[in-house]
Design a protein around this ligand. Structure first.
Ligand SMILES: [Zn+2]
Ligand SMILES: [Zn+2]
Length: 453
């Protein structure tokens, strides 16, 4: 039992009983993030008892790191086999190519790349009942420590059950050669933890949700540090890149630690999920996940600022939620979500987020805890501060910069909360009957910013 914060290292392959009542554990055995970290690969391979690694990369990641992995292993007396993928759709064909080329004696698979390849290796090795390692060539999101893998099945992005990698190597000498946009996206995914941690706090205060202070603090401390070093990212300072990579691993690991994505995903992620869903249906190219999350974080902070300026009328809120028109809501979900509507309606059917009964219960709780809620909301940095920071490092911070027009944004504010059952600040503002009005306030502010630019 402990009540003191632990570092991520303490949790690796070690189960800790926490004062929150849960046991926390990450199945990852080692994380090496440093200049020259790739040189630790042969040692870990032997230490973990493997002798026949199968390296999977594409042409680019082979050049960047795959070749080096094979050479280092060879020099250490470990003979590996390498597959340079020709089918890079990260779909059934890619999976087939990996399996077709799998050496008989393979005892560990090594994915060399960023999201797509490492996801594919976590999934395929899981299916093949083989352990896997990850060698990162860039860090655009926090999926490295995940236990799921995303791949295309029947031309649709699908989240597949996978297992976690045993080893994560983030060699900062390699990471600094990654396209800058990728690094910025990784940073964007990380700063989303600002609003996501706020959502968890609101869930705890308003909804009586389970909360783990130790995990929350782990993520918050890491976030505070990353915000501090952020200006050095643009110089590709290897220490700063290492800190971002560390943060991304930690953020992903917090999902394993907690057992669901509560510590790493909130309202800003719901915005990103919504944008991906609708833009794909419109045949539009969407921005990178981390860029969307960065913009979402700014928007959520703006909404919070609007909320803090408002005098709250709880009785008016009660009247508002009692008027919930389920039929009209469903029509709106069909209009905004298109082919994804059935799934979204199914979520509401089982979660009942918008039923008057649940809304009224939360309004009572808000009225009782309003002071505490405001204090929590006031811990948020200002949208202005974050926009300036994002601008400085060259990350998009306005919806227009990532292809989101005013009409889509309005729908996003009103309906993105329906994409998951998870409680976020969007539900808080909805329950208060203010989502429509305050999102108009955010739009006016955006208009003023655009005019000035
Ligand atoms: Zn993310
Ligand atoms: Zn805990």
């Amino acid at each position: 039992m402990y009540d003191e914060p632990h570092k991520l290292e303490d949790y690796l392959a070690t189960e800790l009983q926490c004062s929150c009542g849960h046991k926390h554990y990450v199945p990852i055995r080692a994380v090496e993030i440093a200049p020259g970290a790739i040189r630790t690969l042969p040692d870990y391979t032997r230490k973990f008892g493997y002798a026949h690694p199968y390296i999977v990369c594409d042409e680019i990641t082979h050049r960047i790191a795959g070749e080096k992995c094979a050479t280092l292993l060879h020099e250490a007396g470990v003979e590996s086999r390498t597959l340079i993928l020709k089918h890079t759709g990260f779909d059934e064909a890619t999976l087939g190519e990996i399996v077709l080329n799998l050496p008989e004696d393979c005892d560990v698979m090594i994915g060399v790349g960023t999201g797509s390849i490492t996801d594919m290796i976590r999934f395929s090795s899981y299916k093949l009942k083989l352990p896997c390692f990850t060698v990162a060539t860039g860090a655009p999101m926090d999926g490295f420590a995940a236990s799921i893998g995303i791949m295309n099945v029947n031309n649709l992005k699908k989240t597949m059950q996978a297992h976690t990698t045993e080893l994560i190597i983030g060699d900062t000498d390699i990471l600094k050669t990654a396209p800058y946009r990728m690094t910025v996206a990784g940073f964007g995914d990380l700063i989303g933890k600002i609003t996501c941690q706020n959502d968890w706090e609101l869930g705890r205060i308003i909804n009586g949700e389970h909360y783990c202070k130790n995990i929350a603090d782990l993520v918050k401390d890491c976030l505070a540090h990353v915000l501090e070093i952020a200006p050095r990212i643009k110089d590709r300072d290897p220490d700063a890149l290492g800190d971002v990579m560390n943060g991304l691993v930690l953020s992903g690991a917090s999902i394993s630690l907690y057992g669901n994505s509560r510590p790493a995903s909130g309202a800003e992620h719901h915005m990103s999920h919504y944008w991906e869903t609708v833009m794909e249906q419109r045949g539009m190219q969407h921005a990178m996940h981390g860029e969307q999350v960065a913009v979402g974080t700014v928007l959520v902070l703006m909404l919070i600022e609007e909320l803090l300026q408002k005098e709250i009328d709880f009785d008016r809120a009660r009247d508002f939620v009692k008027r919930f028109d389920r039929k009209r809501w469903e029509e709106e979900i069909r209009r905004t979500y298109g082919t994804a509507a059935d799934e979204v309606i199914e979520i509401e059917n089982s979660a009942g987020k918008n039923t008057p009964e649940n809304c009224l219960r939360r309004i009572d709780s808000m009225q009782q805890h309003w002071q505490e809620i405001c204090e929590q909301l006031k811990t948020m940095p200002s949208a202005e501060y974050l926009m300036n920071l994002l601008k400085e490092i060259g990350c998009p911070y306005l919806p227009s910069a990532i292809g989101i027009d005013a009409a889509t944004l309005k729908d996003t504010f009103l309906y993105c909360k329906e994409v998951r059952a998870r409680y976020t600040v969007f539900q808080t503002v909805y329950d208060l009957g203010l989502l429509d009005e305050l999102s108009d306030g955010v739009q006016l502010r955006l208009n003023r910013i655009e005019e000035k630019a």
